[in-house]
Design a protein around this ligand. Structure first.
Ligand code: DON
Length: 308
């Protein structure tokens, strides 16, 4: 087990040395064409302890598309706004299916398995659309506030690129509407969801924003008023559902609540100790960053800082 005297800069560079055999494996997401234009060899990591110590390596300050990591912020906001009524419209069980699957929606009468698969995130987005004054500006401000960085933005090029090819997500949105589980127009919900996914942040900004979940303090903030109990539940959801049909694997290898995105980012927390964000665009077949997962496995194994 490491302590405050551990040289985390050395630990991070040692991890990167051990990652070398995995460099070049996997590829960027290309079903959102703009994401395929990102340099696949980028790698950054930012480890941010709650006591203020931060350690970084590589491209840790470069912004990337957070994609599905945004689902943690949107779920937090929706949970803060409408409380446990949210779980009448979205379940809290792991799906064991890919993030964009339509299969379970038919069997389960339009109630998505959890808020992190695309179907669940669309319902969460619908809640935000109905409950925020300005769902575009308010969510952006929430993320800016959490990360302490007012220059965070949506990337309109990524939005347009995803909208052009969002056939599965459009199908999911219309399907949800047919079950009465969207209040707003499916296309309006889809557009807002795609904007949330297009938010760009660096590893350091993400790690800072995830202090919310590591700290588990009541949050006094413009949108949601999240209680410690709600933050505990958001961590539980990340632990069980954050990596879709690879959630068991991530839990087994890394042992932290976390969330991935097809931009190649992963953010994770060790409650009461630290949050960490890693970015490497090359993905495995489940849509999760190969080097990102491996780096976090090495981090928790070498430092002993995991919840298990
Ligand atoms: O809806 C989509 O397909 C993307 N905007 C986000 C998917 C994603 O990041 C899945 N995560 N690993």
């Amino acid at each position: 087990m490491t302590n405050s005297k551990t040289d985390y800069n050395k630990l991070l560079s040692g991890i990167v040395q051990e990652l070398k055999p995995y460099f070049g494996q996997g590829q960027q997401a290309d079903y959102i064409p703009e994401l395929a234009n990102v340099d696949p060899n980028k790698f950054g990591i930012s480890l941010a302890f709650l006591d203020g110590r931060t350690f970084t390596y590589g491209d840790s300050e470069e912004r990337f598309s957070i994609q599905s990591i945004s689902k943690v912020f949107t779920t937090a906001a929706a949970f803060g706004l409408i409380g446990k009524k949210l779980w009448e419209r979205v379940d809290i069980e792991p799906s064991g299916t890919p993030f964009n699957s339509l299969l379970q929606l038919e069997q389960e009468q339009g109630i998505p398995r959890n808020p992190f698969i695309n179907a669940g995130a669309l319902v969460v987005t619908d809640v935000l659309m109905s409950n925020l004054n300005d769902p575009y500006a308010d969510m952006l401000n929430f993320v800016r506030e959490l990360s302490g960085c007012s220059s965070i933005e949506y990337n309109q090029v990524v939005v347009d690129s995803e909208l052009d090819t969002a056939y599965r997500n459009a199908a999911l949105a219309y399907y949800l509407k047919s079950f009465g589980n969207l209040d707003n127009h499916p296309i309006e919900v889809l557009k807002l969801y795609i904007h949330y996914c297009s938010i760009e942040m660096s590893c350091t900004e993400l790690a800072q924003a995830f202090h919310l979940f590591a700290r588990r303090n009541r949050l006094d903030c413009n949108i949601p008023d999240l209680t410690p109990s709600q933050l505990k539940r958001l961590n539980a959801l990340m632990q069980t559902c954050g990596f879709y049909d690879e959630s068991g694997e991530f839990s087994f290898l890394v042992g932290l609540p976390g969330k991935s995105g097809v931009g190649g980012g992963i953010a994770a927390v060790y409650p009461d100790f630290y949050s960490v964000a890693v970015w490497s665009p090359r993905l495995n077949e489940k849509g999760n960053s190969i080097l990102g997962m491996k780096a976090l496995e090495l981090l928790t194994s070498k430092s002993g800082l995991s919840i298990f």
